[in-house]
Design a protein around this ligand. Structure first.
Ligand code: AMP
Ligand code: GLY
Length: 422
């Protein structure tokens, strides 16, 4: 069967590499892909948000199955459009993708169905938001309702900062229409855990829990990024926590979506905080996480293509999904200056011996050479029987890769290793 993957980051490279091993796939396309993905799939130039063009390509090339990974084409309804021309997809329809594309929807869903999350208020009017903030305790969290490239969450240490964030979103329209409504919520404390789960709308199978490292610099300092590295399994996700999550968060969420007439199929991402009052939802994403996917999929022992189709066709309850008990670590190499401005076009050298361990995110092919084209350039992933070995191996791989200005954190996994010792 011919399969089309939509997207072009490190996450899509991990998906492509996993699908490539499936015996049933005869031809693997990736739109738009990137310079690294081009070594594992046929890349197709195009914009995932040009739904007409994606559908035309899929039809012309007799695509039998499509995997829609990024948030924006999911929110724009690409799955609905592909299904309408007879192409089954991995990923939620538009009416279920709203669980990520509207934080207000997600908060109302959790309130209605008693799913634990931070207390919050929603505002569509600047003056009322400010009046509320004047009475609220700090720190406090301000979130734009819609998609904002991961930048729409402000943890305000003071009331003044919170008011500035609201003004940025609602008056200066920093995130366009995404900031027309804001969610102001209670600041929660505790370790964070990312859980990606396969679901067909009725059955839910959590993948190995992971820990992202969002800040740019060692010691969780510096600006927020898309993720500078990740490890799995997450030591804060104990058996008791996993049980509580399943009973109070995961199953209630997919049942709630079904009751609302929005069955969720695909990968549902739970961003959780393990507070002293138990696990709470920080955010839902309607897709695989990036870079979480880069550690979770290498631990998947079952055939990814089989599992994906089980989510589409509602047969997850009879499909085996098994994970290795090993650990995994992904260390991201970023361009100098990221997440601020950075130069592109730096030649990247990846020795053949480590290529299988590299997921390329922001790189293009230019005159046959791989050059940087994005902030997060690539991720080095290793799996090993223990987390310590996986972390050491990922850093060892990273040490062989060079490009001018390459920047990485040196403490990916350090917090998890400390927690595992305690
Ligand atoms: P996001 O960009 O939506 O992934 O959120 C960015 C980060 O903001 C999360 O990973 C958390 O670290 C933090 N965050 C979001 N909501 C809260 C909250 N209510 N309390 C504390 N931290 C939060
Ligand atoms: N790593 C966080 C995300 O994918 O949104």
């Amino acid at each position: 069967m011919k399969v089309l993957v939509i997207g072009g980051g490190g996450r899509e490279h991990a998906v492509v590499k996993a699908l490539k091993t499936s015996p049933e796939i005869t031809e693997l396309y990736c739109l738009p892909g990137n310079g690294g993905i081009a070594m594992d799939a046929t890349c197709v130039a195009g914009n995932p948000l040009d739904l007409d063009a994606v559908c035309a390509f899929a039809k012309a090339h007799e695509i039998g199955y499509a995997v829609v990974t990024p948030d924006d084409p999911l929110a724009a309804g690409l799955v609905d459009r592909l299904e309408a021309i007879g192409i089954p997809c991995f990923g939620p329809r538009q009416n279920a993708a709203v669980i990520e594309s509207s934080k207000v929807f997600a908060k109302h869903l959790m309130a209605k169905y008693g799913i634990p999350t931070a207390r919050c208020e929603v505002f569509d009017n600047y003056d009322s938001a400010v009046a509320y903030l004047k009475e609220a305790p700090a720190p406090i969290v301000v979130k734009a309702d819609g998609l904002a490239l991961g930048k729409g969450v402000i943890i305000a240490e003071t009331r003044e900062q919170a008011i500035e964030a609201v003004s940025d979103m609602m008056l200066s329209h920093r995130f366009g229409a995404s900031g027309d409504r804001v969610v102001i919520e209670e600041f929660l404390e505790g370790p964070e855990v990312s859980v990606l789960a396969f679901t067909d709308g009725k059955t839910l199978v959590p993948m190995v829990a992971s820990m992202d490292h969002k800040r740019a610099l060692d010691g969780d300092k510096g600006l927020n990024t898309g993720g500078m590295g990740v490890i799995a399994p997450n030591p804060f996700y104990t058996e008791d926590v996993a049980k509580a999550c399943m009973e109070t968060i995961f199953l209630p969420t997919i049942r709630a979506m079904e009751k609302e007439g929005r069955p969720f199929r695909g990968c549902l991402y739970f961003g959780l905080m393990i507070t002293k009052d138990g696990p709470k939802v920080i955010e839902y994403n309607c897709r695989f996480g990036d870079p979480e996917t880069q550690v979770v999929l290498p631990l998947l022992k079952s055939d990814l293509f089989t599992v994906m189709r089980a989510t589409t066709f509602g047969t997850l309850d009879t499909t085996e999904v098994t994970f290795s008990r090993d650990a995994a670590c992904c260390v991201v190499l970023a361009s100098q200056g990221y997440p601020g401005s950075y130069e592109k076009g730096k030649v990247i050298d990846i020795p053949q011996s480590v290529r299988d361990h590299v997921y390329v995110a922001g790189a293009a092919l230019k005159d046959g050479a791989l050059v940087t084209s994005g902030g997060r350039v690539l991720g080095c992933t290793a799996t090993a029987p223990t987390l310590k070995e996986a972390v050491d191996a990922a850093y060892e791989i990273a040490s062989h890769i060079t490009f001018e200005g390459a920047h990485m954190r040196h403490d990916i996994g350090a917090r998890a290793l400390r927690a595992a010792r305690e």
